[in-house]
Write a protein that binds this ligand. Structure first.
Ligand code: SF4
Length: 229
């Protein structure tokens, strides 16, 4: 695969800006925990998810403990993450599925992972890349917006954007690129008021100074409504 000079330059600058990038959800020795955190993170901040999940896993450390506790008790703890009724059902049903179909071991395949309730392509990609080191791009709202503004993607939905990015980025960049899109999207290239004047990528960005004037684009591309994440 040949990466264009501009794409290579963008990657270089992103490395410079966010050298130590990583997943902002906590990751521990139990793969099931990351699945739970990712499900809890829908329309909730990662900081809050990390706080709440610490309490949750202190009380119920394993998926078997989830099964013994039941959905209601899980729900009581995860309330601060919002949408606790649906999320607690997802977590409980995930524990059931993990036991009944996967004998307690999380599958290493994104399509298999999408069988878990609340797990869509984005979370499945996060899980395979973070837990099993399989190259995958997590296309979330930041990645959609920032990669679009930078001219690296033009698709309107995560699946298309993922394919576009996979074509132009080297495999080893897929996972860290997704994290760096989140870093840049939070710190500089925000949805409504991107700080183009302070952006290290401004000279290679076709949307420099334009993105903030196009409110519709910002709001539309930052939309987050799917149930599966
Ligand atoms: S120049 Fe502006 S629109 Fe382009 S990446 Fe930087 S902040 Fe975003």
């Amino acid at each position: 695969m040949k990466t264009s000079r501009t794409t290579t330059e963008i990657l270089k600058r992103l490395h410079q800006l966010y050298p130590e990038t990583e997943c902002t959800l906590d990751i521990d020795e139990d793969p099931f925990h990351l699945l739970c955190r990712a499900v809890l993170s829908a329309q909730c901040t990662d900081v809050r998810v990390n706080q709440v999940s610490e309490v949750l896993f202190a009380e119920y450390p394993t998926y078997e403990d989830f099964l013994s506790a039941g959905q209601e008790k899980i729900g009581e703890i995860i309330k601060p993450c919002g949408f606790w009724k649906v999320k607690s059902s997802y977590l409980y049903e995930s524990a059931v599925l993990l036991k009944e179909q996967f004998h307690g071991e999380l599958p290493k395949d994104a399509q298999e992972l999408e069988k878990f309730p609340g797990v869509g392509r984005k979370v499945a990609n996060l899980l395979v890349s973070e837990l099993f080191g399989i190259p995958a791009i997590v296309v979330d709202t930041h990645c959609m917006r920032v990669s679009g503004r930078l001219g690296l993607s033009s698709g309107k939905n995560p699946a298309t954007i993922e394919k576009e990015l996979m074509k132009i980025l080297p495999e080893e960049e897929w996972a860290p690129f997704g994290h760096r899109m989140v870093d840049h999207g939070r710190a500089v290239c925000t949805a409504r008021a991107p700080k183009c004047d302070a952006c290290l990528l401004s000279d290679v960005c076709p949307k420099k100074g334009v993105a903030s004037k196009s409110k519709g684009e910002a709001v539309k591309r930052s939309g987050h409504s799917s149930k599966k994440v």
